[in-house]
Design a protein around this ligand. Structure first.
Ligand code: ADP
Length: 470
């Protein structure tokens, strides 16, 4: 048996505690009864002694036989003490070895003082001895001894002690049984948890604990199940993530290899064709660079390595800068890029560079997925937050795909997105950055007519410095 089991440790502590409690309770009960019986005995012996002394002091001639009868009736022994210190029976014969007599008490008695004490003989029997001086001139005996045997009381006390021991033993055995059951009940779920966490350490995250109780152990079981579930989710998303990365990297590399080979093998017929291939190689290398940059940003975000530099931000200024940067691209596609910025919108608190990147991602998407029409950036103010929206008149996103577009590598239509040159990471970066700055992202879209992304960014004074997550 493993002595390190928590149930056993707990059980041992309870047993020690029980032994201490039972022993002290038993001792207290024993003392209580012993004192009670002894007091009774003492009172009884004193009463009889007072009675006999009065009888002896009366000087009556029949006192001898009266005392003998009374002594027999009261179950006590009565002796005289002669003035030379000898102990005599009632009829006057000298007692050879009166074991109950103590020399110093005899002296006190002969000096006229009463004595009382507990005496015992070699066989362990106890006696209560009361000595009383007899104050009468005519009396030949100066004192009387009343010796009361404690054997009956001691027998009763013995029986009581046996009873106490027996009930103590019963209580102890009962407690022992209870402790064994409790320790099993306590340690079984803990053992199951230990086995489960061992399995989890070996990478098996599919099993779950069956939690029956609602106490602390039950709560721990639920937490372990939750941990296993999130590890499982983590593993699944990580696997999907890696297969996505390899796929995303492989495709442009295949293009690069293919077109580079065509060029090096001299299979190109015209300069125009050569230019076309070189342009594809350039586009694909740009896509690779874009992908690597996005991946780098995401991985830094996941590790919590990105530190924001929060400051009061004038969103209008940031919008103008971002719009300026993508203007050329919009013009190339003949899209009109417009702004509608309310001038009374208070500052928000955030990181200037990240906020600009968020806006650029949204604007680039809008341009990428819009073939004709316009893109509108709007800034307005609500009661507690600024609302920044980017709307386009592009292809839109089907309703059932909307919940997933913020996931890493998610694309509405793989082939379409590749044609447009996206990485599938832009929106997940947008969402992360906005949330890190205490804001939220919303999206509305109608396939065929356009999409609107809306950022809700709390004002600086409402947000407070502490709420910026960095
Ligand atoms: P990507 O780099 O592929 O654009 P994102 O994470 O930015 O990746 O976007 C995820 C997907 O959401 C895109 O592949 C695209 O299908 C869809 N999407 C994003 N923005 C728009 C938009 N303005 N209009 C239509 N579809 C969009």
């Amino acid at each position: 048996m493993n002595i390190n089991r928590i149930g056993l440790k707990l059980g041992a502590a309870i047993i020690v505690l029980m032994i201490v409690i039972l022993a002290s309770a038993g001792f207290a009960v024993d003392r209580l009864f012993t004192n009670f019986y002894d007091a009774q005995m003492r009172d009884n012996a004193q009463g009889i002694a007072d009675h006999f002394t009065t009888m002896a002091e009366s000087g009556d001639s029949s006192v001898q036989s009266m005392i003998r009868n009374f002594a027999e009736f009261s179950n006590v022994k009565v002796y005289w003490l002669s003035d030379d210190g000898k102990v005599l029976t009632l009829s006057g014969t000298k007692l050879a070895d009166p074991s109950f007599v103590r020399a110093r008490d005899t002296k006190r008695l002969l000096s006229g003082y009463p004595v009382e004490y507990m005496s015992g003989n070699t066989s362990g029997r106890r006696f209560y001895v009361v000595g009383r001086p007899i104050r009468t001139d005519s009396s030949a005996r100066p004192a009387i001894y009343i010796v009361s045997s404690m054997t009956e009381i001691d027998n009763s006390l013995g029986r009581l002690r046996n009873l106490l021991m027996l009930s103590g033993l019963g209580a102890f055995l009962l407690a022992l049984g209870m402790i064994l059951i409790m320790s099993k009940l306590l340690s079984r779920p803990l053992l199951q948890m230990q086995q489960m966490t061992e399995k989890m350490a070996n990478g098996n995250w599919d099993t779950r604990l069956r939690v029956g109780s609602r106490d602390e152990i039950g709560m721990l079981g639920h937490s372990i199940n939750d941990l296993a579930a999130s590890l499982q989710r983590y593993r699944d998303t990580r696997q999907a993530f890696f297969s996505n990365i390899s796929h995303e990297l492989r495709t442009p590399v295949t293009y690069l290899q293919g077109y580079a080979k065509v060029l090096t093998d001299g299979l190109v017929e015209s300069d125009k064709e050569k230019k076309q291939y070189l342009s594809i190689i350039y586009q694909e290398s740009l896509r690779l660079e874009h992908l690597i940059n996005d991946l780098f940003t995401l991985s830094k975000m996941e590790e919590g390595q990105i530190k924001l530099k929060p400051e009061p931000l004038d969103l209008r200024e940031i919008i103008r800068t971002a719009v300026q940067k993508v203007k050329l691209r919009a013009e190339k596609k003949h899209l009109s890029l417009q702004m509608d910025l309310h001038d009374r919108v208070p500052f928000v608190r955030g990181d200037r560079q990240r906020m600009e990147q968020v806006l650029l991602n949204l604007l680039e998407n809008a341009i990428r997925y819009t073939e004709k029409g316009s893109i509108l950036v709007r800034l307005s103010g609500q009661k507690e937050a600024a609302v920044l929206s980017v709307s386009d008149t592009g292809v839109g996103i089907p309703k059932d795909e909307l919940p997933y577009i913020f996931e890493r590598f998610y694309r509405v239509e793989k082939s379409r997105a590749r044609k447009f040159g996206g990485t599938g990471l832009g929106l997940s970066i947008v969402k992360k950055y906005v949330e890190m700055q205490g804001g939220t992202v919303q999206v509305d879209s109608e396939p065929g007519s356009g999409t609107t992304f809306r950022l809700i960014l709390p004002y600086e004074e409402k947000q407070g410095k502490g709420r910026i997550k960095s």
